[in-house]
Design a protein. Structure first.
Length: 260
């Protein structure tokens, strides 16, 4: 079983093996394929590097923006086992599928052969503000620049879409799947009062709940003012941790309790 020491080793390998790249650009995201002992590193300019965990060797690299370098900002990469492929997502709306390299062992020390294929599986109108894969990596949630919330299966065929209520256009937003994948937490900035709210959506994109303060005796539950768009669920699916800015500006963590 993999443990924390493995992840520490991976970080050291990345730090040593990507010194040249890190001096020029920053990492946007990375994904792990433990079955093939690979880390796939995505840079914001569209550079993608397949990196061997075993010996720190760069197996393969390429750039989505090779023809128009720097035009698209890439921010998400995920290995999808069902597709045996890497999925990369850009802010301008592109979703690319990169087929997995078939023979890692035999290709490790043969330089950088072109043993991958890349296909654009779709473009989201208005761009993509935020994206998050479900825990089983079977469903992708997206907030588009057109203020829509979308769920799409990894086969790219089944798509559910709704308009987000009252969201400030182009404002920072956040998505977080609960551990069992039944609920999606969505934090957006409401235009009516410029307050961030957390809404829980079902798989059918129906609002299940809106986060509020615990009511005091004889009072209604009040709004939570000061939330910032950064969230994460606890492993037991009962607590949603959110960034919280408390006057006069210090950053705290707010814990929201989920009661089914």
């Amino acid at each position: 079983m993999r443990n924390l020491s493995t992840f520490q080793d991976i970080l050291r390998l990345l730090d040593d093996g990507l010194k040249e790249e890190l001096e020029q650009k920053s990492i946007s995201d990375l994904t792990l394929d433990f079955g093939s002992d690979l880390v796939v590193v995505l840079f914001s300019d569209g550079s993608l590097i397949f990196f061997s965990i075993v010996d720190g060797f760069k197996l393969c690299d390429f750039n989505f923006n090779r023809e128009n370098l720097g035009e698209a900002v890439w921010f998400s990469v995920q290995y999808v086992g069902e597709l045996r492929a890497i999925i990369a997502i850009s802010k301008s709306g592109e979703i690319n599928e990169i087929s997995c390299i078939s023979d890692y062992e035999n290709n490790l020390h043969r330089g950088l052969p072109k043993v991958y294929t890349c296909e654009e599986v779709g473009v989201v109108d208005g761009g993509i503000e935020s994206a998050s894969w479900s825990p089983d990596v079977g469903t992708l949630a997206i907030i588009s620049g057109n203020n829509t919330l979308m769920l799409m299966k990894s086969n790219w065929e089944d798509v559910t879409e709704i308009m987000l209520p009252n969201r400030v256009p182009n404002s920072t937003c956040s998505l977080a799947w609960i551990g069992d994948g039944t609920l999606l937490a969505v934090m957006t900035l409401d235009a009516s009062d410029k307050i961030y709210r957390v809404r829980l959506y079902s798989r059918l994109l129906e609002v299940e709940n809106i986060a509020r303060k615990v009511p005091k005796s004889g009072q209604d539950a009040g709004l939570i003012v000061g939330l910032e768009p950064c969230m994460a669920w606890s492993p037991n699916c009962t607590i949603l941790a959110c960034a919280f800015r408390k006057p006069p500006g210090a950053m705290h963590v707010c814990f929201l309790i989920h009661i089914p």
